[in-house]
Design a protein around this ligand. Structure first.
Ligand SMILES: [Zn+2]
Length: 127
């Protein structure tokens, strides 16, 4: 069951899905920050009429929070990149497994690597 779970997790599409969810969530923060910290206050100012006698625009439009959201997104994206990179290298590592079969030179059938006599054509095989 543990092996099945590992195969399930290591399958590319599951990892891609997880990355998509995390990146999507992080990107959602950027959009949320853009709307809440920049666009909505700007609309509010436009609707209420900008008062030029006050420098309120600098305090209301929190573009700093928006920049912070972008930086957060880049950090999350970079961490995800590292996770995917290490997962990919883990996926490649167990690929060259020791062969358990070989080909009989006489009848070209696949037989056990330990066989000294072919079970199909009964030819003796060099070890
Ligand atoms: Zn054979």
């Amino acid at each position: 069951m543990l092996k099945e779970f590992k195969e399930f997790v290591m399958r590319g599409n599951v990892l891609d899905l997880a990355v998509g969810v995390i990146i999507g969530g992080a990107f959602g923060k950027i959009v949320g920050s853009l709307v809440n910290d920049v666009i909505m206050p700007a609309i509010g100012l436009l609707m209420g009429g900008v008062n030029f006698s006050e420098l309120a625009i600098a305090e209301v439009i929190k573009y700093g929070a928006f920049i912070q959201a972008i930086v957060d997104f880049l950090i999350v994206a970079f961490v995800i990149f590292l996770v995917v990179k290490s997962a990919n290298s883990m996926k490649k590592a167990p690929a060259p497994a020791d062969p358990t079969t070989k080909e009989c030179p006489h009848c070209i059938s696949t037989i056990s690597i330990k066989a000294t006599r072919c079970p199909n054509c009964t030819s003796e095989l060099k070890a």
